[in-house]
Design a protein around this ligand. Sequence first.
Ligand code: MG
Length: 376
Amino acid sequence: MKRLAILGSTGSIGQQTLEIVRSFPDKFSVVGLAGGENTGLLAKQISQFQPQLVYSTSKLSLSNKAKFSPMEEIASHPEVDLVVIATSGKIGLTPTLAAIRASKKIALANKEILVMAGKIITAEAKRYRAQILPIDSEHSAIWQCLRGEKAKVAQLILTASGGPLYHYSPSQLAKVTAEEALQHPTWKMGRKVTIDSATLMNKGLEAIEAHWLFSIPFDKIEIAIHPQSIVHSLVEFADSSVKAQLSFPDMRLPIQYALSYPERLPNSKLPRLDLIQVNSLTFEPVNYSNFPCLELALDAGKKGGTYPAVLCAADEIAIELFLTGHTNFPGIAEIIAKTIKSHQGIVDPTLGEILAADAWGRETALKVAREESLCY
Ligand code: MG
């Protein structure tokens, strides 16, 4: 029996994690739950899974044996074997570090943590022998391809669906509404990551994530547009052999793999891949000029230091402005580009300096949007 703590249990990944737990009551139990504003759902989850420890950002009355604890305490609690980090943004950063320092297994879905502080996180994980198990489908695919391999990796190939706007012209992109950008063709995800997919920022963040998770240089990370989202990523080895992991696009599979690893559990609720029905798998080159966020992310990743934190901060602000109708779709990349341009990076930042860069990035992105009339 694996005892879990799930941080961000009311979000999209958190809810799907609990669905997996529900399917295997003899394999997993829930010790801790942390949720955000959706207290109604959190209360339901608490009564169903009976965790000992609960964290909530809003008021909630606990009627049973559960007690309130900070997320760091839940993540490092002695009765927790595996911590699922399904939060979004920087909020998961210190709980993840707490879990690492308690040598927990960490199933990581929150990509900003590795993007912002990949150097610190991976160094600490090594030091405390904490295992980081990726939940992001591309990284789960690479992890599965690498399993059992000692051979040198020639390159990683991250696939991207391209999102809902991939074949739009620049003039069409300028007129895109939030509703259109939120219509992802293959994946059902949260709002922030859906817009990140539409701008291709998501793939840039994933390249940074892959760089840290698999200690691979950026020049060995390739990106290919694969609209069907069936091949989740590929690994090319030194002898030119390429391995890929395929499945129907459903986040429950990479979640379940991270929870059950090293086992594979049969789950009839997961859709089977029928390649005859899929009929064809296609791959296209990336259109960097229509989707400048990807290059912005790759550049920030290569520069390292505080740049990725500023990238994430500016991205979050720009997306918020777009979703509330205050900037247009191309404005997202412009706000991020101008914010990064005015940043003076720190080469080897402490966690405090990373968080300060995040705060600076948010403030500057808002200022840039206002001053450059990118915001209306
Ligand atoms: Mg992904």
